[in-house]
Design a protein around this ligand. Structure first.
Ligand code: ATP
Ligand code: MG
Length: 666
């Protein structure tokens, strides 16, 4: 089983004498060590899969890892293996131990738009920046394990105290709604384990071996959770690459790599040096680039793949031209090389850069998926349906209650909601509970009261069946009962309604498949949805070009990669200080090292800013790459290649003809 590993990788897979850190560059097989080590633990060392937990950075990576392990482990021996992100592991722990913390297991998980609303209500402020500042401050407090009461005590200014008081009321509100935010998913298990040693023992006994991927991007809270779970046995393998640390802005700290050494004196460190992913040229460029950073750990990386194609640097006239030429290049390349669309990735620093590319891809009928952007799950129609699901799981979820009861409209207006809200506020109960309070019947006009009851009873009926009945049946019934499709057509124009309804159908289809495959009830599914956050989008495997932020592309690989928008102020991001520049450089390094065979990096000479044009400068990172390995195209370095509009149109017409013809996939 381990024969497909090199000597160092095999050593890492077989090492079980204590904590292990595999510290190595991109594409050297760190993730591969994890999957093979899991198989080894099960097949050779007698571990039951359910006693092993692998922690990945995104749900997408978790799915991929699960698949890879099941290829290595025949039959059902991979059943029960825990492969999850820190957040979903935290969620599983919280769900099991909710009672100890005074929560019910069906607690809701609030995303940042939910918490944004709560804070704006608490502060009565319309100042978005201020609300975001408060969100960040609360998040920082939680990561540093500062409770609201402590925050109030240590506040050293009136402003700090005001924030701390908001933090206190924010926590009370979450509790009242039986809800947790993303930080709580990791923060609460740590608190739980510190206060309840018996619960910790249970989990240490259940998760006997831990494997952590992308270790360089863990934050303090995650590190503490790992330490607690690993206990004195310290049975874990962490793998990471300090050159790919790109989440400092979210509180991740490379310090955690050092902390491992100080906290575990017996830590064994294994380095891997052979890269199995990229051509020699790509690797040479990546190494040269990252050498401009101050070195933390000495690492070597080589590849015995061929030298490979030169890296193309393309200077586009403007943003529209960049999208047009990249898509054209991609499509031509695909047809010339009989490749698949899924062999290609277009990577960028910031979400907004994807828009022009999405337009071009749609125009050329090229299938694509977007990850790292506004998630599918953030679309209003999906949030509408999700509100119902959240409410069925947890009727105390007030934000979900308000969204569901008002969408589609069902005769319950603001006046009713206000009366309900003030009564709930007075009695410190949720809106749903308030609806059943005897006084509400007297407070509301009979018609409105009846409408409210019809809604609440409907939710109650579904709630009763949520744990036991098949998820698919409940979903179909829900959609029929709320008449969502008709409402969509009544409230938006036909084309919009059609596309929204299609999204809903996609979503429901996905939920059904997923709940069946994972044998999960509707309630477990609802909590899962909450975790499929910004970073990943819908995990639908398909023959499609991947559009992704550089952040979300971590750990992935593609035969052909286009990095776009390689300009000063974009990559590196504007106003980066010296530390920031190093992080931006690591981000570029992550991008470059995603490529297996070809890489094109493009930039624009000017970009539209509102009605005006802004001139752009190529990224300094391009200059830091060995120029001998680059070929310049477009208008870079005076090698102006004039493409007239007509030539462009000709080429476009030829491509369209090519696309219209069915082509046998290789
Ligand atoms: P990253 O830092 O980008 O996460 P990584 O170190 O996790 O990279 P992997 O994704 O595990 O690297 O491996 C990179 C590629 O090299 C994968 O396609 C993997 O299957 C392949 N690979 C790794 N080790 C070997 C090996 N010993 N023999 C053949 N292929 C290998
Ligand atoms: Mg990896």
């Amino acid at each position: 089983m381990l024969s497909k590993l090199n000597t160092e990788q095999r050593e890492a897979a077989m090492y079980l004498d204590g904590p292990l850190l595999v510290l190595a560059g991109a594409g050297s097989g760190k993730t591969r060590v994890i999957t093979h080590k899991i198989a080894y633990l099960v097949e050779e060392c007698g571990y039951a899969a359910r006693n092993i937990a692998a922690i990945t950075f995104t749900n997408k990576a978790a799915n991929e890892m699960r698949e890879r392990v099941s290829l290595l482990l025949p039959g059902k021996s991979a059943k029960g293996l825990v492969v999850s992100t820190f957040h979903s592991l935290g969620m599983t722990i919280l769900r099991a131990e909710a009672k100890l913390l005074g929560y019910k297991p069906q607690f809701s998980i609030f995303d940042s738009s939910d918490t944004f609303k709560i804070i704006s209500e608490l502060t009565n402020s319309g100042d978005k920046q201020e609300i975001r500042d408060i969100q960040t401050q609360i998040s920082n407090w939680k990561s540093a394990f500062v409770a609201p009461e402590q925050a109030v005590v240590v506040a050293d200014s009136a402003d700090a105290e005001a924030y701390a008081r908001i933090y206190m009321r924010y926590q009370e509100t979450l509790r009242a709604y039986q809800a947790v935010d993303f930080d709580d998913l990791i923060h609460l298990p740590v608190l739980l384990f510190k206060d309840h040693p018996e619960a910790l023992l249970r989990w240490q006994h259940k998760l006997r071996y831990l494997l952590i991927d992308e270790y360089q991007d863990t934050n303090d809270c995650q590190y503490q959770l790992t330490r607690l779970l690993a206990g004195t046995r310290a049975a874990f393998t962490a793998v990471g690459d300090d050159d790919q640390a790109i989440y400092a802005w979210r509180g991740a700290s490379i310090e955690n790599l050092h902390n491992l050494r100080t906290d575990y004196s017996q830590l064994r460190v294994i380095k891997l040096e052979q890269n199995y992913r990229s051509s020699q040229r790509i690797l040479k460029v990546a190494n040269a680039l990252i050498n401009h950073n101050t070195k933390v750990f000495e690492k070597k990386l080589w590849s015995d793949h061929g030298i490979g194609d030169p890296i193309r640097v393309y200077a586009a006239r403007d943003d529209e031209h960049e999208a047009e030429s990249v898509v054209m290049k991609l499509v031509t390349h695909k047809f010339e090389n009989q490749a698949k669309f899924s062999d290609y990735a277009i990577l960028y620093r910031s979400n907004y850069l994807s828009r022009a590319f999405e337009e071009q891809l749609r125009a050329q009928r090229v299938p694509y998926t977007v990850s790292g952007g506004t998630s599918f799950f953030d679309k209003p129609e999906i949030k509408d349906i999700t509100a119902y699901l959240r409410l069925i799981a947890n009727p105390d979820d007030d934000p979900a209650f308000i969204r569901a009861i008002t969408t589609p409209k069902r005769g319950i207006g603001n006046a009713t909601l206000e009366k309900l809200g003030s009564h709930a506020g007075l009695r410190h109960i949720s809106l749903f509970e308030a609806a059943f309070d005897v006084q509400i019947e007297q407070l509301l006009p009979p018609r409105q009261y009846e409408d409210l009851m019809v809604f609440c009873r409907f939710i109650n009926r579904l709630e009763d069946r949520a744990e036991s009945d098949p998820c698919g049946e409940l979903l179909d019934e829900l959609l029929r009962a709320i008449n969502y499709e008709t409402w969509l057509y009544d409230s938006s124009d036909a084309r919009q309604a059609e596309s929204k309804w299609k999204n809903v159908e996609d979503f429901i289809g996905w939920l059904k498949r997923k709940s069946e495959a994972d044998e999960k009830s509707l309630i477990a599914m609802v909590q899962t949805i909450a975790l499929i956050n910004m970073l990943e989008g819908k995990d639908k495997e398909q023959e499609a070009v991947s559009l992704s932020t550089l952040h979300a592309a971590k750990g992935l690989e593609f035969p052909h990669v286009f990095i776009i928008g390689a300009e000063e102020d974009i990559l590196p991001f504007r106003d980066s200080d010296a530390k920031g520049i190093e992080e931006e450089r690591r981000l570029m390094y992550v991008g470059v090292t995603r490529a297996e065979r070809t890489l094109q990096i493009s930039y624009c000479k000017r970009r539209r800013r509102g009605k005006d044009w802004a001139l752009c400068e190529p990224s300094r990172f391009l200059e830091e790459m060995p120029q001998s390995e680059l070929v310049f195209a477009g208008g870079h370095a005076e090698a102006v290649q004039v493409v007239t509009k007509d030539e462009g149109m000709d080429k476009l017409a030829r491509l369209k003809a090519m696309l219209a013809k069915p082509v046998a996939e290789s």
